[in-house]
Design a protein around this ligand. Sequence first.
Ligand SMILES: Nc1ncnc2c1ncn2[C@@H]1O[C@H](COP(=O)(O)OP(=O)(O)OP(=O)(O)O)[C@@H](O)[C@H]1O
Ligand SMILES: [Mg+2]
Length: 508
Amino acid sequence: MTPAPTPLLEMRGLAKRFGAQVALQDVSLAIAAGEVHALAGENGAGKSTLMAILSGALAPDEGEILWEGRPVGLPDVRSAQALGISIVHQEPQLVASLSVAENIGLGRLPHRAGPLRLVDTGAMRAAARAALGLLGVTVPVEAAVGAIGVAQRQLVAVARALHFGARLIILDEPTSSLSLGEIEALLTSLRALRARGTTLVYISHRLEELRAIADRVTVLRDGRVVTTAPMGAMDNEALITAMSGRELAADLQTGPPPPGAEPRLRVRDLAQAGRLHAFTLDVREGEVVGLAGLMGAGRSRVLRTIFGADRRTAGVVEVRAAGGWRAVHDVASAIAAGVGLVPEDRRALGLVFTATVCDNVGLRTPPDARRWGLLLSRVLRALAEAAVATLRIKARGIDDPVRTLSGGNQQKVVLGRWLRDTRVLLLDEPTRGVDVSAKAEIHRHLRALAASSVALLVASSEIPELLALCDRIVVMRQGRVAGELPRDRATPAEILSLATGATERRAS
Ligand SMILES: Nc1ncnc2c1ncn2[C@@H]1O[C@H](COP(=O)(O)OP(=O)(O)OP(=O)(O)O)[C@@H](O)[C@H]1O
Ligand SMILES: [Mg+2]
């Protein structure tokens, strides 16, 4: 028998605690040279923490790391980079005002000979093109990073890693903000890398993606390794059971709203010059309406404009409350009328990262707390405790700053804000970055909200999510409604053909 080859990277007995919270415990894992190793696990399982240790950003409390069989210390990101380990984050950490070429080369720019040590722009751009070429893509290297899309930024971050000679690239949820086509393109680029012998660690909550790219998978649960297995040896059920330690409960399907249900949200001819055209929709109490469409079709814009976060140029938005119809014309009147928004970008719009879970849940002060100033903090705390319990938010307590929560748990905090006193809830990609079981849980909560008469409007780029959740699906294309499908008639093919314009005539 030939001895097993030395793994490129090995972790032995790693442990990491944050105060009383055990994030990782006795984690041992070997990554073979040239493989794509998937890391799966529920929100808060420890995936990002483990990768922070590997990339030199975080020091472990215990354990050792071996690189090609030799123990190494990774005191900082630079020393990990020097060994050949680079990480690409979900929101790539690039400098928006600098060009693509500068971002790829930053920290390693070629200089001209001479006393001024000017940057050799030509060489810098050539190196950037070469790195992008390894991924089989062309991105304009002179463009500012702020001007290119998120999918291209993702590729720029990978190219940067390659430019620094990375042999092991960690991708932590690289696809959560990408469209289906962009995901396919990224996976193709990554396969090209694997063919060149680059080793990848790949994190995603989308099991089909792991299946499409990974050779092996390691499942983490509560900071421990549950199993490492060839990807093909674990079907989705086995993966979910390993991640959650229990079988996934079947999706709770409540019925559509009763036939007599009244409209709750009334939108008439909502417009935004050049971007959104005559958007008209009623959502009845207890109804869940989905918004489908390709990237840029205007789904997020509709939600933000209804909420008043984006200015409209025409149209009427009304919410039916106890006293009759109330007009909504800006964020304040939206909140006063009981409208909530769970935005797409939780970093920019949804959360105050440095504030606690409690303060984030309470950002929209509930009416009773506003009226009784003295009770405010008690009411808020009770609300936050309830949100943590209902949504099973993994935190030590409601006084934890939100930035210390894992990505998926941050998403639940945004949702937690609107669990009570909401008449109309607008949700944009509500389960982005959320693990499979938590996603089913969130769906259950949304259906429960509907059952309590809330009207829900949900934008999602995941068609299966819309099909699982919605009574009716409105498909948008280029800022207009392209068509509408009741749940029993909606299929992915129907939705896509409306979204791409293939059947627009027939629908109208
Ligand atoms: N800086 C920190 N301070 C305190 N606790 C932290 C910190 N970073 C992470 N944690 C905790 O460590 C645990 C693991 O978090 P981690 O971010 O590694 O999870 P994850 O598997 O990446 O989850 P997700 O899928 O939601 O991104 C969580 O309970 C989290 O709250
Ligand atoms: Mg994470």
